[in-house]
Design a protein around this ligand. Structure first.
Ligand SMILES: Nc1ncnc2c1ncn2[C@@H]1O[C@H](COP(=O)(O)OP(=O)(O)OP(=O)(O)O)[C@@H](O)[C@H]1O
Length: 577
């Protein structure tokens, strides 16, 4: 089965998620905005003061007056530096906290992903979202977002200041700068695919060269020089075309931005000059407005520096947020099971769009041993997963003692129902930790007792027994199975769902493990997906499944006498034996 991609959040969801992140730390964010505005406003003082100096000189004022203005320029510069420092500090702190919050949210979501979603997505996509994507978003929140926010506020305040000095000069600046957003849009649309193509083409060149060098003797022996030369020439030619494309993008984008900025300064200077000649504005105002426009290049450069990273981090954020739609809801209040009776009522379940279980109903009494048999694909495993609370039915309900199994929080679920399959993960941690995940409060004596019951004698031979780090002592399949069964004993659930618990082991290990399994299931309700019918024969009741339905239910004796599907299966199996 191929992995199915996890969803990617829509732009509106991304905006809402960003809004939630900001609101979660709204006081800090407000402080960043206020201090950034103050820093930008302080930055406006120096050009305005220089304008005043020009006016004073024009009015023929003395050196003392000009010195006073000069001193104020120094004070304004120091104030701008100090407030700017505080604004950036608060911005970085806000970014750091927000990225930490995002990672916590991600971990919580990953933990709440239904097992089915994880299986379908495959490890690659999930890992990429949890590492590369989350890392890029965190980096941008910490390093780029505060800078860009600061730069945006600075640019906005500078433009407002020009408008306040002279609305006409403000209008001239906006018109002259209009080319920047237009060329930015043009560039962003083309830059990503072009740079990706360039990287891919460079990788191909490296690959062709490395393969040729590594296979040099074969190339020589078979006289493949011309063919390899052609392959290298082709790869280089593709890389050259890709590089020329990105070069063209840069040669349009950066000069347009520079020209636009210079044009704005020039236009304000010329129009301001004309207005001054007409005595509409003072020379100081023209100087201040021109200096403001010169200042604008700094925030514009900052924004342009980060804009591509911001764009790709938005794509990453959409991938991280895509997980939100897949997580199980947190159920605030769940009913407490009143007993251990399992009731499957009219259950339908679909993996994709088509139901694979059609109205299955089943009651399992506490302490009962039930075997589920049927042809491959009949729905046995699916039913087992629903009873173990791993998946939820599309319709109908699966309850233990009246409580919906899939709603029980994990620590309570494992006290009631536990699924045992052939897949059991042993963590590269000490043996003690590997066992304690099933019962965090268990004492060493409890752990040793559980190991004894499942017959894990090999533990005594480990160098540090319970403290042995399993990263240094990889376990065999049968040993891993012992750990899995010991965990079951420690979790001590009332009901066990066994699915192919010993199917993958070699016959010797399987016999040994079956003994361990028998010790583990003793005294519990057992629902066993039975692949070998001799296990079914010993069960109290047998449910026969066919095409997503339970078609027969009764003891081995009753079903054999009924001479239906089970009797036929039994005869076939016995014949096989
Ligand atoms: N992950 C999945 N995605 C899509 N369809 C699935 C998936 N798992 C099972 N199915 C389909 O659901 C149906 C029931 O499968 P299920 O594994 O429950 O049957 P089974 O009786 O346990 O079979 P087996 O004995 O071969 O394990 C089958 O048609 C199967 O193809």
């Amino acid at each position: 089965m191929t992995a199915q991609s996890l969803p990617i959040a829509e732009p509106a969801d991304v905006r809402r998620a960003a809004g939630r992140l900001v609101r979660a730390d709204r006081v800090a964010f407000a402080a960043v905005v206020v201090t950034s505005c103050a820093a930008a406003a302080a930055g406006l003082l120096a050009p305005w003061l220089v304008g005043q100096i020009v006016n004073e000189v024009q009015a023929g004022s003395g050196v003392a007056a000009i010195d006073r203005w000069g001193l104020l320029v120094v004070v304004a510069a120091v104030a701008q530096f100090a407030i700017g420092y505080v604004a950036r500090y608060l911005g970085y702190r806000f970014g750091e906290r927000t990225s930490a919050r995002l990672r916590e949210q991600l971990t919580d979501r990953l933990m709440r992903l239904p097992a089915r979603t994880v299986e379908r997505a495959g490890a690659g996509d999930l890992t990429a979202r949890a590492t590369t994507d989350a890392g890029l978003v965190a980096f941008v929140l910490r390093d780029a977002a505060p800078e860009v926010l600061f730069a945006l506020i600075q640019a906005l305040i500078i433009l407002i200041a020009v408008f306040l000095l002279s609305p006409l000069l403000g209008l001239v600046s906006v018109v002259a700068l209009l080319a920047i957003p237009l060329v930015l849009r043009w560039y962003l649309r083309r830059a990503r695919p072009a740079y990706l193509a360039e990287s891919a083409a460079n990788a191909e060149v490296a690959d062709v060269l490395a393969t040729t060098a590594a296979g040099a003797r074969t190339v020589e022996a078979l006289g493949l020089q011309q063919r390899r030369n052609d392959a290298c020439t082709d790869a280089v030619s593709v890389a050259r075309t890709a590089m020329l494309k990105t070069l063209r993008l840069r040669t349009v984008f950066f000069p347009t931005v520079d020209t636009s900025s210079a044009l704005a300064v020039g236009a304000v200077f010329c129009v301001g000059g004309l207005l001054h000649l007409d005595q509409v504005i003072s020379l100081g105002t023209v100087v201040a407005a021109t200096l403001y426009l010169r200042q604008l290049s700094s925030p514009i450069d900052t924004i342009l520096l980060w804009v591509e990273t911001l764009q790709s981090s938005l794509a990453s954020f959409a991938r991280v947020e895509g997980l939100a739609s897949q997580t199980r809801p947190v159920i605030a209040e769940t009913a407490t099971p009143v007993d251990e009776r399992i009731v499957v009522a009219d259950v339908c379940y679909a993996y994709d769009d088509t139901d694979v279980l059609h109205g299955v109903s089943l009651d399992v009494e506490p302490g009962e041993q039930l075997a589920v048999v049927g042809a491959s694909g009949a729905g046995k495993t699916t039913l087992g997963r629903l009873i173990a609370g791993i998946d939820r039915p599309r319709e109908g309900s699966v309850t233990v003692g009246g409580a919906v199994i899939a709603d029980l929080p994990p620590e309570r679920l494992r006290e009631h129902v536990l699924l045992v399959t052939q897949e059991h993960h042993v963590f590269a941690d000490p043996l003690r930790d590997n066992l304690a995940i099933a019962a965090p409060d268990a004492s060493d004596d409890d752990l040793r007792a559980a190991l004894r019951v499942v017959g894990a004698d090999w533990v005594d031979e480990l160098p540090d027994t319970l403290d042995t780090d399993l990263a240094d002592h990889p376990l065999s399949g049968a040993q891993a199975q012992h750990i899995a069964l010991a965990r079951v004993l420690l979790a001590n659930p009332h009901t066990l769902v066994l699915d192919e618990a010993t199917a993958l082991l070699d016959p010797n290990a399987a016999r040994h493990t079956e003994r361990a399994l028998a010790a583990t299931v003793k005294g519990r309700t057992v629902i066993a997906v039975a692949h070998r019918l001799h296990t079914a024969r010993d069960a109290d009741r047998i449910a026969v499944m066919d095409d997503g339905r339970i078609t027969e239910l009764g003891s081995h004796q009753e079903l054999s006498e009924a001479d239906g599907a089970y009797a036929a299966l039994w005869r076939t199996w016995q014949g096989g034996q």
